[in-house]
Design a protein around this ligand. Structure first.
Ligand code: THU
Length: 257
């Protein structure tokens, strides 16, 4: 049972995006029905925007509408960052966990872990046939956002070359610095699932409560531009969506290579 997850972790480690530290890390979250999601570390040239593997996995779970995590297995011992992250999320989002080792945490309410069944599909049920539909679906995705701090839900869909879409929502943390936006959530989910930028076709974004305000924040622009400068970003507007490439959203961006 645990050996299945260990084997998965080894595979996920190869998906980590760590061109700066060269130190990959990965996480696997197991749900009550035996399905699981990966999370990998995603570094950034603007170093503080790096997404730790646990953060990546937990925000993927929220975007996919799953909070019933029964086990967390990490490739590295739980560090202070991961501990702070988990504590700030636990109260309202996930169950409480007890350590079984420094790399395995089990929900206190769980007596027997389920047999692993397979990877949870990261895809939104609908494919997009035109931009307006992409925005309509992104608005629906926003229903999964976790926004106790701002009450400002955001939803997005990252469309792949085969028409499938990966959802992203903003997930707020009690410590605001650990809040993750919808766009970075979708991008880091895609990387965790081994779906790299060569396959990204477009991103559809909606700040549902204030469509006219829809626009990626600076941090998201910096993260997206590192992976896919030409990605078209369709932004919700009261009438017609407005499209801009990531590159045009961040002229003169900083990059190491
Ligand atoms: N937010 C996003 O998710 N994406 C954006 O493009 C703009 C901002 C979220 C982050 C935070 O939860 C809330 O909106 C207010 O900043």
């Amino acid at each position: 049972m645990l050996s299945t997850l260990e084997a998965r972790l080894l595979r996920y480690l190869k998906r980590a995006y760590v061109p700066y530290s060269h130190r990959p890390s990965a996480v696997v979250l197991l749900f009550s029905d035996g399905y699981y999601v990966p999370g990998v570390r995603v570094e950034n040239a603007s170093f503080s925007l790096t997404i730790p593997a646990l953060h990546n996995a937990l925000t993927t779970a929220i975007a996919l509408g799953r909070r019933d995590v029964v086990a967390i297995m990490l490739s590295e011992p739980l560090d202070l960052e991961a501990q702070a992250l988990l504590e700030g999320f636990q109260e309202d989002l996930f169950p409480r966990f007890r350590p079984e080792s420094d790399r395995l945490f089990v929900a206190t309410s769980c007596e027997n872990l389920p047999m692993p069944q397979g990877e949870l599909s990261p895809f939104w049920t609908k494919r997009i046939s035109h931009a307006t539909e992409g925005i309509q679906e992104a608005r629906k995705v926003a229903a999964y956002a976790h926004t106790p701090e701002s009450s400002f839900p955001v939803g997005c869909l990252l469309e792949l070359d085969d028409g499938r879409c990966i959802p992203g929502v903003n997930v707020e943390h009690r410590d605001w610095t650990r809040t993750l936006c919808a766009e970075r959530n979708a991008v880091s989910t895609a990387l965790s699932y081994g779906l790299g930028p060569g396959r990204w076709r477009a991103l559809y974004l909606s700040c549902v409560r204030r469509p006219e305000r829809t626009s990626p924040c600076g941090a998201c622009r910096q993260v997206m531009v590192e992976h896919c400068p030409e990605l078209p970003v369709w932004q919700d507007r009261p009438l017609e969506p407005e499209v801009l490439s990531v590159r045009s959203l961040l002229p003169g961006f900083f990059a190491l290579q």
